[in-house]
Design a protein around this ligand. Structure first.
Ligand code: LMR
Length: 391
């Protein structure tokens, strides 16, 4: 029976990890998968996490099961950072731990489907896994343009979709550091988006996977908080994989805002059932380490300092790229105004392939680069190579 399965192409982004590892050229540059790198090209464990892990080893006295909701200490400790001072939203907000932000998105879409959502609107381009999750859960995907040709966010397209949505529609929006373009909505645009959601029928699903890597913890949560303050219901997928550097430990959460606190027990029972049937319980270690950091003022300060260093370095890289002006046919100036790890360059698949084969530069076929893969030691090479393949 299993011989009936059609071969699937490997996930293109994850395949890049292996291609890069197998390349023996010493000047290779990895601009592929979204991990932060230092100016030396490393992805170290956060110092705050190292200390939290040491404490966990010392103090953890059991690895017995916790349940499908995972570590609720972690889930609650994260809330003031994501949702601000009024994190409890009058008792209407509940959450649970998930395996990474991917688990959060998956659970959000599966819950929405159970609640009657049949169609999810998605701005494109988007993180490729969004579309895969929507298809796999079995909801229809409708797309709208995320950005305009001039490199600004197309808030009008999103507003039109929200205003035109009917009951049974959800709209999936990136909270900050848009993946793959780095192009975010402005605060004024978020105000309009929140108002449109409040007046319309669509269920908002927000994906916040890079909080703190754009403009700052508070700034990056602006849109999410505006929407949640305005609407009766929303779903929020959150990832700690990047802002705590926990990539392989898979640390995430799903939060649900209900119209009425009395609806939360039924919602939570559905989430528990969905989680139980999918992964039973989330992996514990990473969430526990984040909890230890967030419950300790010193470790929290250390974590925030580390985040700030990352943010400043990525800003520097963006400014160096923008200062280069153009590389061949590519205008690099807009990168200075984009946020987070990613930007998408107007290059063809053939040009991406030439960058890889001729210059040992690895980036997604969509033209997405991870700016954290660049530093003072390799930016010139990158700009010259880009000029070579696009000039
Ligand atoms: C990325 O887009 O590179 C990251 O979100 C990693 C992933 O899982 O795709």
């Amino acid at each position: 029976m299993l011989d009936r399965l059609e071969p699937q192409s490997p996930d293109a982004l994850l395949a890049l990890i292996k291609l890069y590892a197998d390349d023996e050229r010493s000047d290779k540059i990895d601009l592929g998968v979204g991990v932060y790198r230092t100016g030396q090209g490393d992805t170290p464990v956060f110092a705050a996490i190292k200390q939290a892990e040491a404490r966990l080893v010392e103090e953890q006295d059991s690895k017995s099961y916790l349940g499908p909701e995972g570590d609720m200490g972690f889930v609650h400790a994260l809330m003031p950072y994501a949702f601000g001072k009024d994190a409890a939203m009058g008792g209407r907000l509940a959450g649970m731990q998930t395996p990474g932000g991917t688990g959060g998105v998956r659970l959000a879409v599966a819950l929405a489907r159970r609640a009657g959502v049949g169609r999810v609107h998605l701005g494109t381009p988007s993180w490729p896994n969004h579309a895969q999750i929507l298809a796999d859960v079995g909801v229809e995907t409708a797309t709208f343009p995320h950005a305009r040709a001039d490199g600004t966010a197309d808030a009008d397209a999103l507003l039109a979709v929200i205003r035109g949505a009917k009951a049974g529609d959800a709209v999936l929006v990136h909270g900050c550091c848009h993946n793959p373009t780095g192009i975010d909505y402005s605060p004024e645009e978020w105000d309009a988006i929140a108002k449109a959601f409040a007046e319309g029928a669509a269920l908002p699903i927000l994906d916040l996977a890079y909080q703190g890597l754009g403009q700052g913890i508070e700034e990056d949560a602006y849109g999410l908080r505006r929407v949640l303050a305005a609407v009766p219901e929303a779903l929020v997928a959150y990832s700690c994989d990047k802002n705590f550097g926990m990539y392989r430990d898979r640390v995430g959460a799903l939060y649900v805002l209900a119209a009425d606190a009395g609806q939360l027990p039924a919602i939570q029972s559905n989430l528990n059932a969905l989680a139980r049937a999918s992964w039973s319980m989330p992996p514990d270690h990473g969430g526990a380490a984040v909890r230890v950091v967030l419950r300790d003022d010193g470790l929290t300060r250390l974590w925030l300092d580390e985040l700030e260093t990352m943010r400043a370095r990525m800003r520097e890289v963006r400014e160096s790229l923008a200062a280069a002006g153009t590389a061949g046919s590519v205008d690099l100036a807009p990168l200075a105004h984009q946020n987070g790890l990613f930007s998408t360059l107007p290059v063809t698949k053939e040009q991406v392939e030439r960058l890889r084969k001729e210059h040992a530069i690895y980036m997604a076929g969509s033209g997405r680069i991870n700016v954290a893969g660049l530093h003072q030691g390799n930016i010139d090479k990158f700009v010259k190579a880009l000029a070579d393949v696009t000039g």
